[in-house]
Write a protein that binds this ligand. Structure first.
Ligand code: FES
Length: 112
């Protein structure tokens, strides 16, 4: 959800698109959440169903040993001034993909 006062985004999902993450992302098994797609497709659908989260591709996040990696950023303060980040990786197995989906939904304040 966009905060009109600050113009910021409450939840931002950053899919690392650095070369190591991009190379290893093909190994990710998205499981039943994928419906024939890849990790980006799963995250795009979760964000589409959110109240106002955004999904972006980012450059290398500096944690290549955890590739493929997702960074979840959310505003924790009342005016969006306290931004919290969580690195999740590697995201390779269906249960790890499901965990990322749950984290995005929790950060967005939505139930399953
Ligand atoms: S390429 Fe993703 S953390 Fe470096």
């Amino acid at each position: 959800m966009t905060n009109p006062a600050s113009g910021s985004v409450d939840v931002m999902v950053v899919l690392c698109d650095g070369h190591r993450c991009r190379a290893l992302r093909a190994r990710t098994e998205v499981g039943p959440l994928g419906v024939g797609g890849d990790l980006f497709d799963v995250l795009r659908e979760v964000v589409r169903g959110s109240r106002g989260a955004v999904l972006v591709r980012g450059q290398c996040l500096g944690a290549c040993h955890r590739a493929p990696l997702v960074l979840l950023l959310r505003n924790a303060g009342p005016n969006g001034g306290d931004r919290r980040g969580l690195l999740v990786g590697p995201v390779e197995r269906p249960e790890q993909v499901a965990e990322v989906v749950d984290l995005v939904r929790q950060a967005d304040g939505r139930p399953d």
